[in-house]
Design a protein around this ligand. Structure first.
Ligand SMILES: NC(=O)c1ccc[n+]([C@@H]2O[C@H](COP(=O)([O-])OP(=O)(O)OC[C@H]3O[C@@H](n4cnc5c(N)ncnc54)[C@H](OP(=O)(O)O)[C@@H]3O)[C@@H](O)[C@H]2O)c1
Length: 289
């Protein structure tokens, strides 16, 4: 028995994957269903997937082997606390909300006290783009069991041997790149447009660097940045001037210049002038902050 708490976009996408994968007994609690003004749409989505609609949160979870909480992040810890005491012994409580690591830890404590096994699950993407095949990172005591349960049914879960809170931290840390990249792309194209060069600039960002798997790309970047940070900081500083000349506030570029300067400062701190970190890990260990 799988129970969904909240039945919005994420729950609907995951439920359809579970259905296709052969899951039989699905049920859900959605407050929307209790609101006459908004119930029709939620009821229709549940009916289309043959999902039993529970009247209360407690009645949705009490006989479930797996609970999938798909509520907004701000409600995640509170919903976990409400569900905890109603869980069947050993039930998996999978919290898929985008909530803070601290809220996931709070949820984990409540679920543990209620006799369930908590999973901090981070959805690493958007269902609008990937559907229910969106990658999910899972941490916490129930992570391996959630992986075993969900893989044969078609969910793309990766279990991490780390306590609850770790998946939420992964999601936040990858945002430094994912969202930072978005900011840099906007800034670059804004400047390119002002200079009348947006098509040529966009087309120029192609090549081997854009086609390697990310872990390999990250290692390449760390290695080459250790060698060339000073020159790259200077060049990016020139790019910043070009943006500002076109009246574009170079907020993201300025941050990137500063980061490269911090790497370049390593050179002055090392005992042997010109000696460089041998490995990417060594670089990360030596960076001042
Ligand atoms: N959709 C995605 O692609 C995606 C990707 C990554 C992460 N996530 C995360 O997944 C979670 C769900 O996202 P979603 O896109 O499915 O959101 P959504 O479409 O807005 O659905 C949220 C659901 O949670 C219910 N809910 C809200 N507050 C509740 C509460 N206090 N108790 C019980 N149910 C409550 C809502 O019901 P009401 O309408 O009655 O409030 C609704 O059924 C969020 O934490 C989101 O950040 C989503």
């Amino acid at each position: 028995v799988v129970a969904f708490l909240g039945f919005g976009e994420l729950a609907t996408a995951l439920a359809s994957v579970l259905r296709e994968g052969g899951a039989e007994s699905l049920q859900a609690f959605s407050r929307r269903r209790l609101d006459p003004g908004r119930s029709a749409e939620a009821v229709r989505r549940m009916a289309a997937l043959e999902i039993r609609s529970a009247d209360t949160l407690v009645s949705a979870v009490h006989d479930a082997d797996v609970v999938l909480s798909c509520v907004p992040g701000a409600a995640a810890a509170e919903v976990a606390e409400q569900a905890a005491s109603a869980l069947a012994p050993g039930a998996l409580y999978v919290d898929l909300a985008t909530a803070s690591p601290e809220d996931k830890e709070r949820g984990a404590r409540a679920v543990l006290a209620g006799g369930g096994r908590y999973v901090d699950a981070a959805v690493l993407g958007a269902v609008a783009a990937s559907g229910g095949a969106v990658p999910i990172a899972a941490a916490g005591v129930g992570a391996a069991a959630f992986y075993e349960f969900s893989r044969p049914l078609g969910l793309k879960v990766r279990a991490i041997d780390a306590p609850a809170g770790a998946a939420a931290r992964i999601k936040l840390l990858r945002s430094v790149y994912m969202k930072g990249r978005d900011a840099l792309v906007v800034e670059m194209l804004l400047g390119a447009r002002r200079h009348g060069l947006e098509d040529a600039v966009a087309a120029s960002i192609a090549g081997p660097g854009e086609e390697v798997p990310f872990p390999e790309l990250a290692e390449r970047i760390l290695r080459s940045t250790a060698l060339h940070a000073r020159r790259r900081a200077a060049e990016l500083g020139d790019a910043r001037v070009l943006l500002e000349a076109a009246d574009v506030e170079a907020a993201a570029t300025a941050g990137a210049v500063r980061r490269l300067q911090l790497v370049a400062e390593l050179e002055g701190e090392r005992s042997v002038p010109g000696e460089r970190p041998a490995t990417p890990v060594e670089l990360l260990e030596h960076l001042p902050r």
